[in-house]
Design a protein around this ligand. Structure first.
Ligand code: PLP
Length: 387
């Protein structure tokens, strides 16, 4: 019998990929499926970014690059952080990785082990809980509630800290809730962290450029008192519609960057060179495509919110950031998974059950509005007919 490491039994998954595969299989059978499940922009990567990758290949960038990433790219990331977050970071502290997920996984490998505790948002990106469990650490949920805009209460988060806590994961703007944590709450948390100098923070800010209603992004890197224990996770996937390029970065405290780089060398060596040149063009080139995409999401946000709230038994408080509507479906009398299955099979609409994001996601379903307004309207119309 094949014997796997025990940790494999603790490794979870990201259901969005499973739903995507099932939606594709249904399409192959001739069904017309509208996918409101997957979390990726439905836009193409802007042309100048694609061209930079093609040029890099033509110019002969076919080999390994430094494990941390090419220095021009790390300098551009540092300049972007200075511009958008108002914080000076050294390119030496940046590790370019194949996608946002890698920074997350490395943080878990670095801090997680039996006996350690890691606090994570729930409902939250499913890989947090999965990777914590894999590491052997205890996954301690930070419950997020609709009543408080899926933000957290700093005192409650601080109350979850024990002498075994090594890492707190924060994600604002958030997947799947689209919640945004207000500055005042972050400030209270940062203040409280003074009493816990050994606790590190992984701040997943991958949706930092996707905010609505004039909301400002608050980066955990802004706070001097904790800067030596904040790991910033960001990347190109969402901002520049580059999910398939596999490009992300982490900003690691000086004490951790060597360990993170060692993990990279052991794991993937470096990110493929053309993606890195594409990432450079993305940061240094025109940003109008990003603005246009976010403006487009903003319009669809209103469409999906109105449509969801007009359905019997469904309410949605609206999305503050990212491109998801996290709808409360308790009034339908269905469970979240039942809802996901029913509407995929009967209406041909792919959504993701809130339970895929943790136990506090029961009663909710995530609808991605990274799809055309027409498709969103059709999908919600089909759901109405089947309700
Ligand atoms: C909150 C959050 N963090 C990280 C990621 C991972 O991004 P990437 O595709 O760059 O690995 C995602 C992707 O959906 C996400 O929603």
């Amino acid at each position: 019998m094949t014997e796997l490491a025990a940790a494999m039994a603790r490794l979870g998954t990201e259901s969005a990929f499973e739903v995507l595969a099932r939606a594709k299989a249904l399409e192959d059978q001739g069904r017309d499926i509208i996918n409101l499940g997957i979390g990726q922009p439905d836009f193409k990567t802007p042309d100048h970014i694609v061209e930079a990758a093609v040029k890099a290949l033509r110019d002969g960038h076919h080999g390994y690059t430094p494990a941390q990433g090419i220095s021009e790219l790390r300098q551009a990331v540092a300049a972007d952080i200075a511009k958008r977050r108002g914080v000076e970071v050294s390119p030496d502290n940046i590790l370019v990785v194949p996608g946002g997920k890698v920074t997350m996984f490395f943080a878990m490998l670095m801090f997680g082990e039996a006996g350690a505790e890691i606090i994570y948002p729930n409902p939250g990106f499913p890989i947090y809980e999965s990777a914590i469990n894999f590491s052997g650490a205890k996954a301690v949920p930070m419950p997020l509630f609709e009543e408080t805009g899926f933000s957290f209460n700093a005192e409650e988060v601080l109350g979850l800290i024990t002498p075994r806590t090594r890492l707190i994961i924060l994600n604002s703007p958030a997947n799947p809730t689209s919640g945004v944590v207000p500055r005042a709450e972050i400030e209270r948390l940062v203040e409280g962290l003074d009493a816990h100098p050994n606790v590190h923070i992984l701040s997943d800010e991958i949706y930092a450029r996707m905010l609505y209603d004039g909301l400002e992004h608050v980066s955990l890197l802004e706070f001097e008192s904790i800067r030596d224990r904040v790991i910033l996770l960001d990347g190109w996937s969402k901002t520049y519609a580059m999910t398939g390029w596999r490009l992300g970065y982490g900003v690691w405290p000086a004490a951790l960057i060597d360990a993170a780089t060692r993990l990279a060398i052991n794991c993937h060596s470096c990110v493929n060179a053309p993606s890195q040149f594409a990432g450079l063009a993305a940061l240094e080139g025109p940003q109008d495509a990003v603005q246009a995409m976010v403006a487009n999401f903003d319009k669809r946000r209103a469409v999906i919110n109105d449509a969801l709230n007009s359905l019997p038994g469904i309410t949605c408080t609206g999305s503050a950031g990212a491109f998801y509507a996290f709808a409360n479906i308790t009034g339908t009398g269905m469970g979240s998974m039942e809802f996901q299955e029913k509407f995929l099979n009967e209406a041909g609409v792919a959504t993701i059950s809130g339970t895929s994001f943790g136990k506090f996601g029961e009663g909710y379903v995530r609808f991605s509005f990274a799809n055309s307004t027409e498709n969103i309207k059709t999908a919600l119309g089909r759901i109405r007919e089947c309700l």
